[in-house]
Design a protein around this ligand. Structure first.
Ligand SMILES: Cc1cc2nc3c(=O)[nH]c(=O)nc-3n(C[C@H](O)[C@H](O)[C@H](O)COP(=O)(O)O)c2cc1C
Length: 176
């Protein structure tokens, strides 16, 4: 085993599921940004967490204003478009090539290309005095999936420009 510098310690937590978070501003203009620090935090009610850098990014601003967002799970076939939404440019959503459609329970739009969609109401944005990320907690109010999705399609983020998709699943016996 080789010691890893603490600066790189959290990079050892990989691969992480890649999501495109869609929001809209008070005027209804949509925004989308990719994230991979995302995990479930509660089963009942269903809730999730996203780690977002402590800056007033468009995503955070829109979440504060509208209290809603949609987590669109990214698959290999549209990963390039999702990553293009990282750009800090005007009209990045239109330029990325993703298409948006109406969501079922929230005003923030859903990505048409997504095969797993989690519509969320913002529960809380936690700002700790130490961490450099906001802990955004959302409650899932509507979920849908395309049942034909296979594990191999899911785009997992390693770091930087490196992604991987899960291979074949296998069983590990659990004592109950
Ligand atoms: C694959 C990928 C994963 C990312 N994951 C995160 C993340 O988990 N947290 C974060 O703060 N930024 C993450 N980013 C960077 C944001 O997407 C970037 O800050 C973006 O410009 C924010 O856009 P916005 O201003 O529209 O909110 C990621 C970028 C990429 C390409």
């Amino acid at each position: 085993m080789k010691e890893v510098h603490l600066e790189k310690a959290v990079r050892l937590i990989y691969p992480r599921i890649t999501v495109l978070v869609t929001t809209q501003n008070a005027q209804g203009k949509p925004n989308a940004a990719p994230y991979s620090w995302m995990a479930p935090v509660s089963f009942t009610p269903p809730m999730l967490y996203i780690g977002i850098q402590r800056k007033e990014t468009l995503t955070i601003k829109n979440m504060r204003k509208t209290k809603e967002f949609v987590v669109n799970i990214v698959t290999k076939n549209w990963a390039k478009k999702a990553v293009a939404c990282e750009a800090k440019i005007e009209d990045k959503v239109e330029k990325s090539g993703i298409t948006l459609r109406e969501s079922k329970k929230v005003r923030a739009p859903t990505v048409s290309e997504a095969k797993i969609v989690l519509e969320c109401k913002l529960h809380e944005i936690i700002e700790t005095d130490k961490a450099d990320r906001f802990l955004v907690i959302g409650e899932i109010v509507y979920a849908e999936n395309d049942e034909t999705i296979s594990n191999e399609e899911i785009a997992m983020h390693i770091s930087g420009e490196e992604f991987v998709s899960p291979g074949q699943s296998y069983a590990v016996k659990r004592k109950k």
